[in-house]
Design a protein around this ligand. Structure first.
Ligand code: FAD
Length: 430
């Protein structure tokens, strides 16, 4: 039986709450309560969030540790995510490598007026952070050593799943051999192409954008003063995010052909185009490392759960990079799912049952739609020279500058402080 048939399976054997990871001698197999497939930021966050949950967890990552950590990306980490990291005990490790955002400057090309967001608009000390992928993932991986109920296998790709009445049997490639294990719940944190989502036959909706994202690290001559810039151009949004050591992350969205041309520019010409796009307030710019490009898309899964299967992070959804929300939605998925599983386990419920998993689906699928819609609307309204839309967005920016409650609502969306916060984002570890 394959995952495609999972939807039709109802558990038929009495449910038992395991107290420890079990070695099934008859079948030479290890049994777990939760198997998380994908040790990226989202899967690793879920594993850490399940520390002390009483559940036996295995985290499987296909790539060798060095490859997985070395990804040259940097993310906007919103306040919801930093609070979740704090509550799962990894923020002290991450914090020195994360740069605070003290101000956000939002502007529209051709309109001199800027909307400036500062901490007092939200009543917080900080508006968010920016950190490199390796800083975040390394801290999560370190934390896994302290999680006695979590087994972390890497490199260990999942190669086969077989649905059983009361769980799923997994075949995992490790050290050149196949390891068998069984789990009551399989969590797909295996990225945007999610083989598990596809095998399970879960359909997705969405589209590829006409734009591509060019990303790079730069070192400006002048201090960045912890300011994040989002500048809307007809070609697409252009962001500069402040990093430690006065580095900045550039996220430059442009139509595909233009992005290819930007990538093909010699370094000197690239830096000159960058200065032209952004202005000269940061002085002379120096490129640090290679430029990279990634496609932009909107994707939402029709459902996040099936019996014994839950999707989290990019496996479940994907949004336009404007506002840097992508990874933050996944971190919140992980915290929400951990909360639901822990509560269900404490009540003696079957954590892999559809009844339990639907609580996660109802909570996160609808909240994510709001952010997916918000980023899509921002991109469409601002990446546009159509005169009525130009008038509309100027009116929108005027409202943000002049009507404090409107500014606060927009800030709450950007910083992840809207919607139902998981307990892990409220300083309440269960
Ligand atoms: C170039 C680029 C730049 C980006 N920049 C930003 C940004 O600035 N801000 C932002 O918010 N988002 C950004 N994103 C998006 C962001 O990277 C994702 O939202 C985030 O990484 C999703 O995390 P994830 O853990 O869900 O998935 P992933 O990071 O894709 O992790 C999935 C993991 O699953 C593993 N895996 C897959 N199949 C298996 C298997 N069968 N067995 C075991 N393991 C498996 C993979 O090896 C991988 O490590 C960017 C994406 C790209 C590609």
């Amino acid at each position: 039986m394959t995952l495609e048939q999972l939807d039709t399976i109802a558990p038929s054997t009495p449910f038992q709450v395991p107290t420890a990871q079990r070695w099934n001698e008859a079948n030479q197999r290890t049994d777990y309560d939760v198997a998380i497939v994908g040790g990226g930021l989202v899967g690793a966050t879920l594993a850490c969030a399940l520390k002390d949950s009483g559940l036996q967890v295995v985290l499987l990552e296909a790539k060798p540790q060095s490859d997985a950590v070395a990804r040259g990306q940097a993310y906007h980490i919103n306040l919801s995510s930093s609070r979740i990291f704090e509550d799962i005990g990894v923020w002290d490790e991450m914090h020195p490598g994360a740069n605070p955002i003290d101000q956000i400057h939002l502007s529209d090309a051709g309109d001199a007026a800027t909307v400036t967001f500062v901490q007092k608009d939200l009543g917080t000390d900080i508006l968010g952070y920016v950190a490199e992928h390796r800083v975040l993932l390394e801290a999560l991986r370190q934390r896994l050593h302290d999680c006695s109920n979590v087994t972390y296998l890497c490199p260990a790709p999942l190669v086969k799943t077989i649905a059983l009445d009361d769980g799923i049997e997994l075949e995992v490639l490790q050290d050149g051999g196949i390891q068998q294990m069984q789990t009551r719940l399989l969590v797909a944190a295996d990225g945007v192409r999610s083989p598990l989502r596809q095998q399970a036959g879960i359909r997705t909706r969405g589209w590829q954008y006409w734009q591509t994202c060019v990303v790079a690290f730069i070192k400006p001559e002048k201090p960045h003063h912890n300011i994040a810039y989002e500048r809307f151009q007809p070609a697409g949004p252009f962001a500069i995010l402040p990093l430690p050591n006065n580095l900045c992350r550039i996220v430059w969205t442009a139509p595909k052909a233009e992005a290819e041309a930007i990538m093909a520019l010699e370094e000197k010409a690239f830096l000159s185009a960058l200065t032209q796009r952004f202005g000269e307030q940061m002085g002379v710019l120096e490129l640090v490392g290679d430029r990279a490009v990634f496609p932009t898309q909107l994707m939402q899964s029709d459902r996040y759960v099936l019996p014994r299967l839950a999707l989290i992070g990019d496996a479940a959804h994907c949004c336009h990079p404007v506002g840097g929300q992508g990874v933050n939605l996944g971190i919140r998925d992980a915290a929400a799912l951990a909360q639901i599983l822990q509560a269900a386990h404490q009540q003696g419920d079957d954590i892999g049952s559809l009844r339990v998993l639907k609580r996660y689906d109802r909570w996160r699928r609808w909240e994510n739609v709001i952010i997916l819609g918000f980023t899509d609307t921002l991109n469409r309204v601002f990446s546009n020279s159509f005169p009525p839309l130009v008038v509309l967005r100027r009116l929108g920016l005027w409202t943000l500058r002049s009507v404090p409650p409107a500014k606060r609502i927009a800030l709450k969306l950007m910083t992840g402080l809207s919607g139902r916060a998981p307990r892990l984002a409220q300083g309440e570890r269960e």
